[in-house]
Design a binder for this molecule. Structure first.
Ligand code: AMP
Length: 115
């Protein structure tokens, strides 16, 4: 079962992971990279992406290993702690598919907060 398209290794986040284009990184572990969104829609707008090649949330949850999944979601909490976002509250958003507004087809979670 799948609800996604084939992974395209030329997508912008794959290029960021390969360091072909720069990003403003805020955290990295073995399984995830977190960096500032280039067009922020809130005072804090961080994108957290897994290092593996997954197109969207459904693909990631279906195919990633338990280690990749826990390493990825732990990275989100680390960024939340780093930025002290439990005080303000925060939103996690992930678009899955074109119809839901997904533009970059490498799985990512938007971490949004207003100070
Ligand atoms: P989505 O609509 O969920 O696929 O969101 C893609 C997000 O990636 C948008 O919020 C863009 O502003 C952001 N984005 C695109 N290119 C870059 C880039 N080179 N560096 C940082 N963020 C980017």
């Amino acid at each position: 079962m799948t609800c996604n398209i084939l992974y395209d290794a030329q997508n912008v986040f794959a290029k960021i992971l390969r360091k072909e284009i720069p990003c403003e990184a805020v955290f990295e572990n073995e399984y995830a990279l977190a960096f500032k969104d280039i067009h922020p829609k809130a005072a804090v707008h961080i994108l957290v992406i897994p290092k593996g090649a997954y197109t969207d949330a459904y693909d990631f949850h279906a195919k990633a290993s338990d280690k990749e999944i826990s390493g990825f979601y732990q990275a989100i909490n680390t960024v939340v702690d780093q930025l002290d976002l439990c005080k303000t509250g925060f939103k996690l958003v992930s678009h899955c598919g074109k119809n839901a507004g997904q533009e970059v087809f490498h799985y990512h979670v938007h971490l949004l907060a207003d100070r």
